[in-house]
Design a protein around this ligand. Structure first.
Ligand code: BGC
Length: 442
């Protein structure tokens, strides 16, 4: 992979050098090659765009301005079906997230690998049942659903209904009688064990905020008080909830706990027994979130600085993201972070080196909301990254923080959309896209 990337970089560097030589020759007016003519006319066009700054001025309606959905993909919260009318609201609309299925599979595999490697010591009460509890983030969020499915599938506890793995919470299942999950039989080192999902719950607080870390901390308190010696593994749809359970109970009891997001505190906790986490490459996602807006504002190809190097040399290799055209979505790829490699991931807010070069475009203004200002991942990893990239991309971003439950508190803050050149939206509910696009269409 790395060789491939280096090769790609080299090819791009060579191409840029050739372009430069060609356009210099054109300036000297001695070349008649069609390549150099194309290069100089492209250069002239981009200078013109810079001078006039005519990309998102007063005569562009809000409905035509660049729009990026991020982190919560417009989709039906019951069926997961993508909301294509939101995703293709205008020609400059995209979604930026990460590959939920690839990440979910990795998370499940990471937990299973851990169980296999530690089979001699993992079964706390020696009853032959490896019991785990699962913190579910949001039953109507496709990332959360994928992670629940990924864990159940890798551990063998999944049950299918209508061709899909059931992702509902089970409440408690200490006797293995649930019909939402099943007991798995696994053979490790010549011995047969049962793997059982003892309990799972959506971590939603009384006010309605999901992925709620405090709720997860309380849940592990309740679970451990009634069947603590049966819990051998703790799994969570994210690190916010995972760390809350780790700090409340599993650290002291030395129970491996697994999360998702690779927030800095969770990565650091691996040294203290946190089992592992998944990096969803927030450094790449935060870049893409602002980059697609930058490109649309500059009127350049959307691939600029993404699959194709920009003038500053920013470029991503295809081992860190993919673009799915018919979903109008960019997805960062995930990586497992465990005791073997966590030292490479200690700062979750460091910009991704291949896209860390300052661009030279005119400053534009962006309205951007974070649906829940107290969400650990968004506030401690994603927003700090966005704040670094907004400087590198010359975007003047206004950050609006929501409470995680009231969509109208956020939409009310979009009272004057005319003021901005572009919008970046992180919804409370994945099915609420129309409440934003209606404002932009007014
Ligand atoms: C993250 C969660 C976060 C959620 C917010 C997910 O991608 O993994 O930690 O709570 O996004 O929408």
């Amino acid at each position: 992979m790395k060789g491939e990337t280096d090769m790609k970089k080299k090819t791009i560097a060579l191409f840029l050098a050739a372009m430069m030589a060609a356009s210099m020759a054109a300036c000297g007016s001695s070349s008649d090659s069609s390549d150099s003519a194309a290069a100089s006319s492209a250069a002239a066009e981009s200078t013109e765009a810079e001078e006039t700054g005519d990309t998102a001025s007063g005569d562009v309606t809000n409905a035509e301005k660049p729009l990026v959905w991020f982190n919560r993909q417009p989709s039906n919260s019951s069926t997961g079906e993508l909301d294509m009318s939101a995703l293709s609201f205008n020609d400059d609309t995209y979604y930026v997230g990460f590959d939920a299925n690839q990440g979910a599979e990795l998370q499940g595999q990471m937990v299973m690998d851990y169980i296999e490697a530690n089979i001699d010591s993992i079964d706390q009460n020696g009853d032959g049942v490896i019991g785990y509890v699962l913190a579910i983030g949001d039953i109507g969020h496709n990332d959360s659903i994928a992670r629940t499915r990924g864990v159940r599938s890798a551990l063998g506890t999944a049950v299918e209904k209508d061709g899909a793995i059931v992702s509902d919470p089970i409440g408690t299942n200490t006797d293995g009688s649930s019909d939402i999950v099943q007991d798995a039989e696994v053979e490790i080192g010549g011995k047969t064990y049962t793997i059982r999902e003892l309990a799972s719950q959506e971590m939603k607080n009384s006010a309605g905020a999901t992925w709620d870390a405090a709720t997860a901390g309380n849940a592990i308190g309740t679970w451990s008080a009634s069947f603590g010696d049966e819990i051998d593994v703790v799994v969570s749809n994210n690190d916010g909830m995972g760390m809350s359970m780790f700090n409340a109970w599993s650290k002291e009891n030395e129970i491996p706990t697994f999360g998702y997001d690779a927030n800095s505190d969770a990565v650091a906790a691996i040294a203290e027994g946190y089992g592992g986490t998944i990096s969803q490459h927030a450094d790449v996602q935060a870049y893409l979130t602002l980059r697609v807006l930058r490109n649309a504002l500059d009127g350049v190809d959307v691939d600029t600085g993404i699959g194709t190097a920009d003038d500053a040399g920013n470029v991503l290799s295809d081992d860190v993201y993919k673009y799915v055209e018919d979903e109008r979505s960019y997805y960062a790829l995930n990586a497992a972070v465990t005791a073997d490699n966590y030292e490479e991931f200690t700062d979750s807010t460091a910009v991704y080196e291949p896209v860390s070069n300052q661009v030279d475009s005119e400053t534009k203004s962006v309205w951007l909301d974070i649906y829940n200002a107290s969400d650990n991942f968004l506030s401690s990893t994603y927003q700090p990254l966005l704040e670094k990239y907004d400087d590198l991309l010359n975007l003047d971003v206004e950050y609006i923080g929501g409470d995680g439950q009231t969509e109208s508190n956020i939409t009310n803050r979009l009272g004057n959309p005319d003021q901005y050149d572009a919008y970046a939206i992180n919804m409370v509910k994945t099915d609420n896209a129309a409440s934003y696009t209606a404002i932009l269409s007014q």
